[in-house]
Design a protein around this ligand. Structure first.
Ligand SMILES: Cc1cc2nc3c(=O)[nH]c(=O)nc-3n(C[C@H](O)[C@H](O)[C@H](O)COP(=O)(O)O)c2cc1C
Length: 202
């Protein structure tokens, strides 16, 4: 049986859902709670698909499962918060396994007075925005969100989902320095890629 940690090393696998899922678990993701107020009740769901989308206009997005009961409540909201979880927030992931109306119980959260959305205390980054459009994405929907505010707290220590496990980044084990200072983004011809090699300072 193919498990998440034991893929055949060099075989090209047939694209069945089990192998696909196991393979894609090697792609690390952030762990983000997308949240909104729904008739004075906080609602939210954990996603591993939060991503920045566009600089002009400023857009972020995530993929929501079509059968999710939280998704429509988020998409219908005037405003949402995208809470990028800190690596100390395992309790939040645990709490969000509960039923839709009980997920915020006992957690450290408040309503942001400006945007009127729930914010989880301790999140390493909160992006405030308004859901604007969706795109079909198979059994998921890609939801796009206009960005109206950002709030970063402390050093970037995001919880990371990889290999089916929750883990953390270890800044002491970086393999390269600041990618942008190394030239990525300043040129668009690929030459910057050469600069990154041997950039590890140990
Ligand atoms: C680490 C992690 C990442 C997840 N990523 C996604 C995701 O990107 N999209 C999604 O729809 N569900 C994702 N889920 C599952 C949802 O959090 C969960 O199924 C959902 O909240 C339950 O559906 P409900 O909205 O009907 O309660 C993820 C769960 C975990 C623990």
């Amino acid at each position: 049986m193919t498990t998440q940690s034991s893929l055949p090393s060099s075989a090209v696998l047939a694209p069945d859902p089990v192998a696909f899922r196991a393979a894609m678990s090697r792609v690390p993701t952030s762990v983000v709670v997308i949240a909104a107020m729904d008739n004075d009740v906080p609602v939210g769901m954990v996603v591993g698909t939060f991503t920045s989308v566009s600089l002009s206009p400023l857009l972020v997005g995530f993929l929501g499962e079509r059968r999710s009961s939280t998704l429509p409540r988020l998409l219908n909201a005037d405003a949402v918060s995208c809470n990028v979880l800190h690596d100390s927030q395992l309790d939040v992931v645990d709490a969000f396994r509960r039923g839709i109306d009980e997920r915020f119980e006992g957690l450290d959260w408040h309503i942001d007075q400006g945007f009127q959305v729930p914010v989880l205390g301790g999140a390493t980054l909160v992006v405030f925005g308004k859901p604007t459009s969706t795109a079909d994405a198979g059994d998921h929907v890609f939801a796009m969100i206009d960005v109206n505010g950002i709030q970063a707290t402390g050093p970037a220590r995001p919880l990371v989902f990889c290999g089916g496990r929750l883990t953390r980044m270890d800044p002491g084990r970086l393999v390269a320095g600041d990618i942008w200072q190394l030239g990525y983004g300043s040129t668009h011809d690929g030459s910057a890629a050469r600069v990154a090699r041997n950039a590890v300072s140990e």
